[in-house]
Design a protein around this ligand. Structure first.
Ligand code: ATR
Length: 278
């Protein structure tokens, strides 16, 4: 790469057409007058390793990594941040000297930032949290909550064994709750988080009663397609504070942008509108 080549970054996955990350990062690039590009890169499994290793030679400063490579990337990484290692997955790669791959996971921190933005009075230490789901997103969310000092994280998942494994992995402050009893587990929870695929366009809605949730609790749906899920509508109808999934998408993106392009980007309504036009 010569000094005059524009800085590049991108998102690697398969399929990749659905990703909102290019819109988001290119909005920031334009806003800060940076002459760079953020590019969607679709790589088949058999080309993944060669493809990733070629990127720094082509001028890429780093990439986001998405489905299905969030776990696979760890095996190729030269260095892995503590949080990515604890979560067992990475979403943000920065290329260092000689093309060395540094893998980090900003999903959990992005989740926390979005909750803090949507519920300024909330603190992880303020009480139990109920997490629905036990997939990759749940791992990032649970890890961040525990790290921020949550006294108890209740976890309910359709496939019970996955919730048990996650509870075992993260230890003492985790409580596994049967999926059928999840509504009862909202009792006393200061924060209730949907990390399942329920509510996504094309999937059934998440049909969980929030009657047992205490007044003043916040409800987060990390689904952002659509932004207004039936679950969030139910939270609002119950008078609870509802936080949509777009905030997490925006906040998880910021550290990568800063590491590749050297500017800490702003997250505001203009960005929200650019990423998800009404
Ligand atoms: P992600 O990385 O986004 O978390 P994932 O690892 O595929 O995606 O996890 C999807 C989550 O949605 C899982 O908790 C899954 O439950 P199972 O572990 O039982 O599969 C949950 N999920 C998907 N469809 C569901 C449904 N119809 N009912 C209940 N939970 C569902």
């Amino acid at each position: 790469m010569t000094d005059s080549a524009p800085p590049l970054a991108g998102v690697v996955g398969w399929p990749i057409a659905h990703s909102r990350s290019p819109v988001l990062h290119n909005h920031w690039l334009r806003r800060y007058g940076i002459d760079g590009y953020y590019i969607p890169i679709g790589l088949h499994q058999q080309n993944f390793e060669d493809g990733i290793r070629a990127l720094p030679k082509l001028g890429f400063r780093g990439v986001n990594v998405t489905i299905p490579y969030k776990e696979t990337i760890l095996a190729l990484a030269d260095t892995v941040s503590d949080r990515a290692s604890l979560i067992g997955a990475a979403n943000t790669v920065t290329f260092r000297e000689g093309g060395a791959i540094h893998a980090d996971n900003t999903d959990g921190a992005g989740f926390l930032e979005s909750v803090r933005a949507g519920a300024p009075d909330w603190s992880a230490k303020s009480g139990p949290v109920l997490v629905l789901g036990a997939g990759g997103a749940a791992r990032a969310v649970v890890s961040a909550l525990l790290n921020a000092g949550a006294p108890e994280v209740r976890i309910a998942n359709r496939t019970r064994q996955k919730a048990e494994m996650l509870a075992e992995h993260f230890g003492g402050r985790m409580v596994q709750v049967d999926w059928e009893r999840a509504a009862d587990a909202a009792d006393g929870a200061r924060l209730i988080v949907n990390t399942t695929a329920l509510g996504l366009t094309g999937k059934p809605p998440l049909n969980l009663s929030l009657d047992a949730a205490p007044d003043g609790a916040s409800v987060v749906d990390i689904v952002y397609n659509p932004l207004e899920t039936a679950f969030l509508a139910r939270a609002r109808a119950r008078g609870l504070n509802a936080i949509d999934g777009l905030g997490m998408l925006l906040h998880q993106a910021a550290p990568g942008f800063e590491s590749w392009f050297g500017v800490k980007p702003e997250i505001d309504d203009a960005l929200r509108r650019a990423v998800l036009p009404a």
